[in-house]
Write a protein that binds this ligand. Structure first.
Ligand code: ADP
Ligand code: GN1
Ligand code: MG
Length: 365
């Protein structure tokens, strides 16, 4: 079903949550996955139509989110932080449920709007990016004792890069939209990285990379900053919280935030890894993690950045070949543009791997 079609029953969703008609309800933010709306009723709220085709079990997903948000709130209280803004707050329907299913089968949820915060799509200063690293590092630490057995896996093999590679090869073999011929260079790039894709899984099997409860989607716009101080206030977009690797949480932030260009910039000469942003984020992340990363994890942080960029590029390419069914696109060829951008960034990161390694070594002294 088309997304605009699927959002047709937004009126039913609003009625499930709010008395009367809210004074404002408009699309909001720039996420690629859910349909997000800002609603103004007695106060401001975020209403989302959950992406049911990506998250097949919305009930379990909301159980994860309720569990994680209440755990973080409790931790924040214990640590004397502003618990009211430290975590997303799920608003229940009038009949007390964590989500609403409309008459055409779409699932909706509502969060309190996290006031006094800003969300950013581009890094403006290295200080801000360091704070972002601190926020995501601290998030991981706050969940260090979360009972992982209570978490269901919302998307299986989400950051299993070898599986992502296999999925790309399946999409190439199927060529559902007749697009393979036009992307032979990109396919060659992926094939040349087949062995690299195994790096993290291999380190995990060998015991050097532990599983932790991680966020798994640590894009800059998935953390809200205090609009006055710039401090990280609240990590959002908790749909993918599940066991994962610290280095992929680190790497996904670098992929998005330390790129000198936007994720979908088509002028590839503008795409590169900004090493000073890499360093700023790394410093913040290590601080946020409170010295708890193992030597094995520290050593693989740069590979985590390359892996997340490569994986994301392969995911964009797979979606392009499959007909753009996963990531929201705003123009024809958008996913291919994103793929080319990510692969250009991988190439630059590979050139700068020795510098990334020495930065981590220096910070770890
Ligand atoms: P997606 O999975 O599509 O990325 P997100 O949950 O990240 O959806 O929400 C999209 C955007 O909406 C975020 O990047 C942020 O700007 C905004 N947003 C989401 N939740 C809140 C909230 N509770 N308070 C303020 N802004 C929010
Ligand atoms: C999606 O939901 P959003 O826009 O924060 C995607 C990430 C990708 C990212 C690429 C659940 O993130 O994995 O890295 O787009 N989220 C999901 O921009 O697939
Ligand atoms: Mg998001």
């Amino acid at each position: 079903m088309e997304r605009t079609e699927a959002c047709k029953k937004i009126g039913e969703a609003l009625a499930a949550y709010f008395e009367g008609t809210p004074s404002y309800c408009e699309p909001y933010g720039s996420g690629h996955i859910n349909d997000t709306f800002l609603v103004v009723a007695d106060r401001r709220y975020i209403l989302q139509r959950m992406n049911h085709s990506i998250f097949p079990e919305p009930e379990k997903l909301m159980e994860n989110i309720l569990g994680v948000t209440s755990f973080i709130r409790k931790k924040a209280e214990e640590e004397g932080k502003d618990a009211t803004r430290a975590s997303l707050v799920v608003v229940l329907t009038k009949d007390g449920k964590a989500f609403f299913k409309d008459s055409i089968g779409s699932y909706w949820r509502v969060y309190e709007f996290c006031e006094g915060t800003v969300s950013r799509d581009r890094v403006e200063t290295s200080e801000d990016f360091a704070l972002c690293g601190e926020g995501f590092g601290a998030f991981q630490q706050m969940l260090a004792e979360y009972p992982a057995e209570n978490l269901s896996e919302p998307i299986a093999d989400f950051h299993n890069t070898p599986k992502r590679y296999e999925n790309l090869m399946k999409a190439v073999a199927k060529d559902a939209c007749g697009r393979v011929a036009s992307v032979s260079e990109e396919i060659r790039f992926a094939v040349a990285h087949r062995e690299f894709c195994e790096t993290l899984e291999k380190a995990h099997k060998e015991g050097t990379l532990p599983l932790r409860v991680t966020h798994n989607d640590t894009k800059l716009n998935n953390i809200l900053f205090d609009e006055q101080t710039g401090a990280p206030v609240c990590v959002i977009d908790l749909d993918t919280v599940m066991p994962g690797f610290s280095v992929t949480d680190f790497g996904d932030s670098i992929r998005f935030g330390a790129n000198t260009a936007a994720e979908d910039e088509v002028d590839l000469s503008k795409v590169s890894l900004d090493l000073s942003l890499f360093e700023a984020y790394a410093e913040g992340f290590l601080k946020g993690c409170g010295g708890r990363l193992t030597e094995g994890e520290l050593a693989l942080l740069p590979e985590g950045a390359i892996m997340m960029t490569l994986e994301c590029g392969m995911r964009f390419l797979t979606d392009y070949l499959e007909g753009d069914t996963y990531f929201r696109i705003h123009r024809p060829g958008h996913n291919l543009d994103r793929c080319r951008n990510q692969f250009a960034l991988v190439a630059d990161m590979e050139r700068k791997l020795p510098e990334m390694k020495s930065i981590i070594n220096r910070l770890n002294k």
